[in-house]
Design a protein around this ligand. Structure first.
Ligand SMILES: Nc1ncnc2c1ncn2[C@@H]1O[C@H](COP(=O)(O)OP(=O)(O)OP(=O)(O)O)[C@@H](O)[C@H]1O
Ligand SMILES: [Mg+2]
Length: 336
């Protein structure tokens, strides 16, 4: 059988990532150099600092990936690269490296949308079937997408303000829980009472698949502020559990409604927040009750990585998509 090895480059935010994946499925190497410890000090990602660290880390990472995959650059069939959405300076590092590799090796260059990557992380370890509805919940996005076939993306809903991950990060910061907030809020929520505080669930107009999390975020910040003013002790575990439940209720409800609206049997959750234990449990339960098949990436593939980019890259390459050396990086870019 013909094999097609794709080398993928991902630098959209604060993870420098290189992967080599065969036929969009078999991961030969998936190297991620996380900058979390560097940005923790600042309480969030500093774009310029991220770009500089991508620059330092990326070329050794290409070498490491080739070594781990036990293959040479000659064996690579094409180079896939995330060219948006993301931090422009950070993306530029990856795009420049990918262009140089493609030019120097005379190999095709394939541009990949980062959000398509998050969805395709699911395809790496699941027998995903179409048509499907995908919920992307990450640091910068909360999107509901309908797909009837590969590379066909219909946006059903998006956040009108904060992304779910952003809300996790901001309330964690307000409670001094560090960066990134999602994993620690998740952990603390497991010890708390989700019904302790009645934070709002924002569903917007009837039939809308859009999201809004800024009101919920403000409600949590107000609660913390008022408790402090009244010198009342704050039970951080309860705040985390009540906040998380409010996010999860809306995410799960809208995803199930969207799946029913489109008449699909298959649901995907993807992106960093899809690692959340409350979301995983709750959506699994609802999908079971509704007779829907649920596909989730393994935990290590939820957050940014290049294996997911290689997988989209493979399907784009097979569909004949190519970029030339004029390829640019974009802070925001339509999916598809
Ligand atoms: N267990 C968890 N529970 C909730 N949120 C989580 C969990 N693990 C990670 N996150 C959140 O996921 C986000 C990071 O995810 P990801 O790497 O996909 O986002 P990003 O790449 O920064 O944004 P985007 O993909 O939209 O460009 C952060 O906001 C982080 O707090
Ligand atoms: Mg991401």
């Amino acid at each position: 059988m013909d094999t097609c090895k794709v080398l993928a480059v991902e630098t959209s935010c604060d993870e420098t990532a290189i992967a080599i994946v065969e036929n969009g499925k078999r991961v030969l190497a998936n190297k991620v150099l996380s900058q979390i410890e560097i940005h923790k000090v600042f309480g969030g990602v500093v774009p310029e600092v991220a770009s500089r660290h991508h620059l330092e880390g990326i070329l050794p990472l290409v070498e490491e990936a080739l070594e781990e995959a036990n293959c040479t650059l000659d064996e690579i069939e094409c180079i896939a690269v995330t060219n948006g959405p993301g931090l422009v300076g950070a993306l530029l590092v990856g795009v420049s490296v990918a262009k140089s590799l493609a030019y120097g090796l005379n190999k095709p260059l394939v541009p990949v949308n980062h959000l398509a990557g998050h969805i395709y992380a699911c395809f790496l370890d699941n027998p995903v079937e179409f048509p499907l509805v995908a919920l992307i919940v990450s640091g910068g996005h909360t999107d509901l997408i309908y797909m009837d076939k590969h590379l066909s993306f219909e946006i059903m809903g998006q956040t009108r303000d904060d992304a779910a991950g952003e809300a996790f990060d901001k309330i964690a910061r307000a409670m001094g829980l560090g960066y990134p907030g999602g994993p620690v809020v998740d952990k603390r929520a497991q010890k708390g009472d989700a019904s302790a505080i009645g934070f709002p669930r924002v569903f917007l107009e009837k039939g809308s698949f859009d999201f809004s999390f800024s009101g919920l975020k403000s409600a949590v910040l107000n609660f913390l502020h008022n408790s402090e003013q009244r010198q009342e002790a704050i039970n951080v575990d309860d705040v985390c559990a009540s906040f998380q439940q409010a996010v999860v209720d809306v995410l799960v409800d809208k995803t199930i409604e969207c799946a029913k609206f489109k008449g699909v049997d298959n649901v995907i959750i993807a992106g960093g927040v899809s690692a959340n234990s409350g979301l995983r449990k709750s959506i699994e339960k609802r999908c079971n009750e509704e007779g829907l098949n649920l596909f989730r990436p393994s935990l290590s593939l939820c957050t940014d990585n290049a294996a997911m980019i290689a997988t989209v890259g493979y399907y784009l390459y097979k569909a004949g998509v190519r970029a030339d050396l004029e390829l640019n990086a974009y802070a925001s870019m339509p999916l598809g």
